[in-house]
Design a protein around this ligand. Structure first.
Ligand SMILES: Nc1ncnc2c1ncn2[C@@H]1O[C@H](COP(=O)(O)OP(=O)(O)O)[C@@H](O)[C@H]1O
Ligand SMILES: [Mg+2]
Length: 224
């Protein structure tokens, strides 16, 4: 089953054509890496696939819903329920604990407080952070902060988790640990991942690597 099907995605900023017709589909439970030189359009593509930006042309289907057509509240709601995002910088809220940071998107989704909390505790445990529930972000290491960001992205059981250079700020030991956790999450929950990375090791471990250059995908194998 395809979780994501993107067809003929085009995007320009001013006179610069950043995406020149990208087709990509991702199957449920797949871990796919996007690699390519800086400026090749990886982040722009990920933002469009993750509904944070709109394409000028083309269509994004997520779980059989045409998200390109969604706007306003409906789009925000869809994103909250179906999409997880992890960035290079964790973007945790500094005044809230790890547990609260993970719970917030669940509360925003309207899920019962206790249900959200139980899942947050479970996720933080899976990510090796049971001893950090009450810690604020600045009292945690970079690797721990990023794992909290992953738990937050997963709190509403998203259909797909998009990650934009999630290990870009981590040392190699923490990067490796985070990669291992992605594979554990796939094993335990069938979680689907699309990850932009410069990390060769992660790219090699993933099921499929998509190569981007100058706003296009090079591989014929991009469409599964
Ligand atoms: N909001 C924006 N406004 C103008 N240009 C942008 C914007 N976002 C990205 N770009 C340009 O689009 C190109 C691709 O950027 P990006 O998608 O960030 O590439 P990558 O993630 O592969 O490094 C770059 O030339 C960048 O300067
Ligand atoms: Mg980028």
């Amino acid at each position: 089953m395809s979780v994501l099907v993107a067809t003929d995605i085009h995007k320009r900023f001013g006179t610069v054509e950043v995406l020149k017709g990208v087709d990509l589909s991702i199957q449920k439970g797949e871990i796919v890496s996007i690699v390519g030189p800086s400026g090749s359009g990886k982040s722009t593509l990920l933002h469009i696939l993750g509904t944070l930006d709109k394409p000028d042309r083309g269509q994004v289907m997520l779980n059989n819903a045409n998200v390109t057509a969604l706007t306003g509240k409906k789009l925000a709601q869809f994103r909250n329920h179906h999409i997880g995002f992890v960035f290079q910088f964790h973007h945790l809220l500094p005044e809230f604990s790890a547990l609260e940071n993970v719970c917030i998107p669940g509360w925003m989704a309207g899920t019962k407080k206790q249900v959200v909390k139980d899942r947050a505790v479970e996720l933080l445990g899976l990510l090796g952070l049971s001893h950090r529930l009450d810690h604020k972000p600045n009292a945690m290491s970079g690797g721990e902060q990023q794992r909290v960001a992953v738990a937050r992205a997963l709190i509403n059981n998203p259909d797909i988790l998009f990650a934009d250079e999630p290990t870009g700020n981590l040392d190699s030991a923490n990067a490796r640990e985070l990669h291992q956790l992605f594979f554990d999450l796939r094993k335990n929950f069938g979680q689907t991942f699309l990850i932009v990375t410069h990390n060769e090791e992660l790219a090699q471990l993933s099921d499929r690597t998509v190569h981007m250059k100058d706003g296009k995908i090079l591989d014929a194998s991009a469409v599964a």
